[in-house]
Ligand binder design. Structure first.
Ligand SMILES: [Zn+2]
Length: 149
């Protein structure tokens, strides 16, 4: 199916961002924002580098997308992120009125979907599990290496 292939294509771009985070010793989460079949923002987790607990990939991608588009709302945007967003990021996506969220791996401990009712905007569509195995493998690999240090 074409739409699935497209989602996978953009998720690969998000995974590439996550790999940059991995290489820099950050928890490997990457995100891209797509509007009109174009990537308008790319970001990866930078909480260590920026010494900022809010510097999750999604937050940085939201800011970059707003800077690019000149509007603060994301009503025509899809956010691809390798790991299920946390509550903070889901809240930010709510305020941005995101059109669609696509995430790879689920986050059993800190994912927003543990919360009911959903923190996302009611109009936000959700697709999960896109390249989920690859996305999870990167995070698992990161923590395995961390424990060995
Ligand atoms: Zn987050």
């Amino acid at each position: 199916m074409l739409s699935v292939n497209t989602d996978e294509h953009y998720m690969r771009e998000a995974l590439r961002q996550a790999q940059y985070a991995f290489d820099e010793g950050e928890i490997p989460v990457g995100a891209v924002v797509v509007s009109g079949n174009r990537i308008i923002a790319r970001a990866y987790n930078q909480t260590e580098r920026l010494n900022d607990v809010t510097a999750h990939a999604e937050m940085l991608a939201l800011t970059a997308a707003a800077n690019y588009s000149g509007g603060k709302y994301l009503t025509d945007c899809t956010l691809y992120v390798t790991l299920e967003p946390c509550n903070m990021c889901a809240g930010a996506l709510y305020w941005g009125q995101l059109n669609k969220l696509v995430f790879g791996a689920s986050d059993e401990k800190r994912g927003y979907s543990r919360m009911q009712p959903s923190l996302l905007h009611p109009k936000t569509e959700v697709a999960r599990g896109i390249l989920g195995v690859e996305c999870k493998a990167l995070v698992d690999d990161f923590f395995r290496k961390l424990r060995k240090k």
